[in-house]
Design a protein around this ligand. Structure first.
Ligand code: GRE
Ligand code: ZN
Length: 325
């Protein structure tokens, strides 16, 4: 059975250098997570990556830039995004059966970002885009970003809404004072990232984004970035939300959920109960969750879904979402 991973990351030396040039390593601990062996794996878009995919049993990687993307890079990100997307398109062209692509956007300049998304999907054949939530102190539901969301909706291009490190004031208030190393982990992969991404999605719902753009499709990683677990509490806001639909409706109509390398059948079961098994997408979150021994393929085989749902999870749901095949 064909297995497609839809959250699989890369980095370029140019973007790594641009992060360092603005001192992002001092502000965002996630930059340090991309160093050493991980960096080597992020930078490679050729044989080494293909060998690790073979080992994991992954046929296709849908490639996206790693966090925090270009969110902090300002106007320079316009040209940087174009160069990054062109380089990614060349890698996909070299291995068209093994790689697909999500666009890297200059989100801080939303009109340019919308144009670049259109170029990537229409001209380069990309399948959608990834965004890392807020840009500076503006959340994704800010009217400034509506050109990007409208463009994604009209192209039928999904948005993978990825975690990023919470803003400094939130880190200071909630994720500090235990010890520098633990604080950084707590604010990022330990918990902070996941609240951040989940909250960005719920903000889009509550701001009426999906009433204005009923066709917009968003993907959350890590089985729904915490918010799905609390679907019943979220639904209690229906009485006050003023939205066209109950919140549960947006979860079944506008949301898709991916594994991000968390190979846990109970999480899958919970996500399927909320969004539907036909909205589950496979991913390994390469290279961060890479473990030797072929566990990606093994999870597919032991995940508890029946055969048709398993085929959807492995490839069919992604192909349907992105109009392939
Ligand atoms: C991710 O992209 O999900 C990620 C990182 C760095 C460390 C762990 C992780 O970017 O899951
Ligand atoms: Zn990721």
């Amino acid at each position: 059975m064909k297995l497609i991973g839809i959250e699989e990351h890369f980095l370029t030396t140019e973007i790594g250098a641009a992060w360092h040039a603005i001192g992002l390593d001092a502000v965002d601990p996630s930059v340090a997570f991309h160093a050493g062996k991980i960096e080597g794996r992020l930078l490679d878009l050729a044989d080494d990556r293909l060998a690790l995919m073979d080992e994991a049993g992954l046929d296709v990687q849908v490639l996206s830039l790693t966090t925090p993307m270009l969110h902090d890079l300002g106007p320079a990100s316009v040209d940087l995004a174009r160069r990054t997307n062109d380089a990614l398109a060349a890698a996909v062209a070299r291995h068209p059966t093994r790689f697909q692509a999500l666009a890297t956007l200059p989100v801080a300049i939303p009109e340019e970002a919308a144009l670049e998304l259109e170029r990537c999907v229409r001209t380069l054949g990309f399948k959608g885009t990834m965004l890392c939530g807020r840009v500076g102190d503006r959340h994704l539901d800010d009217a400034a970003f509506s050109p990007i969301l409208h463009c994604a909706e009209s192209l039928g291009a999904p948005i993978l809404l990825h975690p990023r490190t919470p803003p400094a004031a939130v880190r200071e208030a909630y994720y500090s004072g235990i010890g520098p190393v633990v604080d950084a982990a707590f604010a990022t992969f330990g918990l902070g990232w996941h609240y951040d991404a989940g909250i960005q999605f719920i903000r889009l719902v509550l701001a009426g984004t999906f009433d204005r753009m009923p066709g917009l499709q968003v993907i959350l990683g890590h089985w729904g970035e915490l918010v799905l677990f609390y679907a019943e509490r979220l639904a209690a806001m229906d009485r006050v939300s003023g939205l066209d639909q109950p919140i549960a409706t947006y979860l079944r109509r506008n949301l898709w959920v991916t594994a991000s390398g968390m190979f846990l059948p109970h999480y899958l079961e919970r996500a399927a109960a909320i969004v539907g098994a036909d909205r589950l997408l496979f991913s390994t979150d390469f290279p961060y969750q890479y473990r030797p021994g072929g566990d990606a393929r093994r999870f597919l085989e032991t995940c508890g879904l029946d055969e048709p749902a398993r085929a959807g999870f492995a490839h069919g749901n992604w192909e349907r979402l992105t109009g392939q095949g």
